[in-house]
Design a protein around this ligand. Structure first.
Ligand code: FAD
Length: 537
């Protein structure tokens, strides 16, 4: 590949420049390449390429040391291995300092956007983080891909178009509900949640396994979806070094070049060599995550009123529970009566039993609940108190809807820069009375579920803001250019004919479910529009 060799001739004139190689940038590239096979696409990413296959999920790396190194290489300014903190340790991160605080706040593969103690003290979103590597956070994510619930969906996109875009997104991401085979503990979780919530949920939204972006290979092992899967045939195209698709790692986009209502191209810098180059492009896509897409627009002098505003993050509220013996026994009996026990028994020794969800459906259940069987408890547990199989600990995450406000915003500095030399960001963020009430209601549900499962292990813990890694709204789409949005429903920046943006930041609604499927679906719709523009010019 040409991506790390500063001596090679780079393409300087392309049809489409894509900034950012995460799932959303990959979606734009793939859809455009499928629909306009002659298009020359250049994708750049500020971070290094971690694996021979670009954008592969690091969980697919079998060797543990190699996996650790891949995570560390994605961590920009914090090139060391983090420990896995408990919920309680993470919740009390503010009391720690220096490296200990960084390790507690950030997740492996990511780096805080402002890692110094002073910056962390000043920030209202201390856990705000990103991944800087080919594949972006999409090489590190958990791959949960639920469709958004009724009031989470973008209301100004028609139901029909939305369904089509979602289906296409699920195909690109290889979403399945069958990643984990049935087991007694998994069935017990689903059965218990079903009894509590199925009566209030519509037929198509009953409690079930979480849709996950993963493929089950013939030998039963899992291949987690990273952007390599979305890029599909383009991965080979990139390796062959042909003109159709080129991916340059460690190449940051410093500035977009504006001419009236058009973007002419961009100024790129190959970070290891410091070599700068201008690339011209007919259409530019910026999919550099919810924090750094607005940052690049700001650095380029594109500063609509809503840019960086309305930022919101899922309120991560976690608790743990040990499955009671009665629950497990009841599940076992039910499976036995249904003649499904033998298979379940065989599989119940799997270390991970699965991920389940109770979908958001307002007003009956205005929360997204993610319920995970945990092979290693993230909660300090006195195991002597646990009866039965100590592995059957379940993490309960009940996420409420956050109120969206203009006052929650990213401030970009015109004088100070971050680790990558881009405008320094400070996030101003807070909770309203409505937010606290929603959180309390979520906790009540969480306690109810914990009581039904058995033995609660801890009181629910609220993680520091930013922990969810689901930052939305910072470059939101809107129906009209009325100052409350940055782009139209096709992700085209208002007032600029050929600049598209993508990522969780374009989601305009308050959501509680994991956002990537929504962002990829919005990118599908945007990329199809982009392709028609390309064909028409
Ligand atoms: C540990 C973890 C678990 C997660 N679990 C889930 C989950 O279960 N479900 C879910 O829906 N979401 C999850 N997420 C979030 C998910 O990863 C993101 O929603 C998704 O990756 C967003 O895709 P993206 O392409 O918009 O951005 P990213 O994947 O973040 O990619 C953006 C890329 O842009 C690059 N970049 C930034 N600035 C520049 C620049 N100026 N020039 C060049 N390149 C630049 C970055 O290096 C990065 O590679 C998780 C994230 C993490 C880290």
């Amino acid at each position: 590949m040409k991506n790390t060799d500063s001596e090679k001739e780079f393409t300087t004139n392309v049809d489409v420049l894509v900034v950012g190689s995460g799932p959303v940038g990959a979606t734009f590239a793939r859809i455009v390449a499928d629909q306009v096979p002659t298009a020359r696409i250049l994708m750049v990413d500020a971070g290094p390429q971690l694996t021979a296959r670009p954008g592969m999920h690091v969980k697919n790396i079998r060797d543990l040391e190699e996996l650790n190194q891949a995570q560390i290489r994605s961590q920009g300014p914090t090139q060391f291995k983090y420990n896995a903190p408990s919920f309680a340790e993470r919740a009390s991160a503010a009391s720690k300092r220096g490296r200990e605080r960084l390790e507690t706040l950030a997740r492996p593969g990511t780096h805080l956007i402002n890692p110094s103690d002073d910056d962390l003290d000043a920030s209202n979103m201390p856990a705000a983080a990103a991944a800087t590597n080919v594949g972006g956070a999409g090489a590190h994510w958990t791959c949960a891909c639920p469709r958004p619930g009724n009031i989470e969906r973008v209301s100004f996109i028609s139901q029909e178009e939305w369904e089509q875009a979602c289906t296409k997104a699920e195909q690109l991401l290889k979403v399945t509900c069958d990643a984990f085979p049935e087991s007694i503990a998994g069935f017990a979780i689903q059965q218990t949640l079903g009894e509590l919530y199925n009566p209030i949920l519509p037929e198509d939204l009953k409690v079930r396994a979480m849709p996950l972006a993963v493929q089950v290979r013939e030998d039963g092992t899992l291949y987690w979806t990273g952007p390599d899967v979305i890029l599909g045939p383009l991965v080979e195209s990139a390796s062959e070094g042909n003109n159709r698709f080129e991916l340059r790692a460690e190449t940051i986009c410093r500035r977009l070049l504006i001419d009236g209502d058009h973007i002419n191209g961009a100024e790129l810098e190959h970070l290891p060599s410091g070599k700068r180059e201008t690339v011209t492009a007919r259409i530019v896509v910026v999919a550099a995550d919810s924090l750094r897409t607005p940052q690049l627009l700001w650095a380029s002098g594109i500063r609509p009123r809503a840019l960086g505003h309305y930022i919101n993050d899922h309120i991560f509220n976690m608790a743990g529970v040990a499955l009671s013996e009665q629950i497990l026994e009841r599940a076992r009996s039910t499976l036995e009566a249904a003649g499904r026990l033998n298979e379940s028994k065989r599989l119940s020794s799997e270390s991970i039993i699965g991920v389940f969800r109770v979908p958001l459906h307002a007003p009956e259940h205005p929360f997204h609940a993610q319920v995970m069987h945990l092979d290693v408890s993230p909660i300090p547990v006195d195991r002597s108190q646990l009866r039965g199989d100590p592995r059957h600990i379940v993490g309960l995450g009940w996420i409420p809807l956050k109120e969206i406000r203009f006052e929650d915003y990213i401030e970009f500095s015109d004088t100070d820069t971050d680790y990558f030399g881009m405008p320094k960001m400070t996030i101003h963020y807070g909770f309203t009375e409505k937010d606290w009430a929603a959180l309390e209601a979520a906790r009540a549900e969480q306690r109810r579920a914990a009581a039904a499962f058995g033995q609660p292990l801890d009181t629910p813990q609220m993680m520091p803001p930013g922990t969810s890694l689901h930052y939305q709204g910072s470059m939101r789409m809107g129906e009209y250019d009325d100052g409350t949005s940055v782009c139209d429903s096709y992700s085209r920046v208002w007032g600029l004919q050929n600049l598209f943006i993508g990522g969780n930041g374009v989601i305009p609604t308050s959501t509680a479910c994991n956002p990537t499927l929504t962002s990829v679906a919005l990118a599908v719709r945007a990329a199809e529009k982009l392709a028609t523009i390309l064909q028409g010019t």
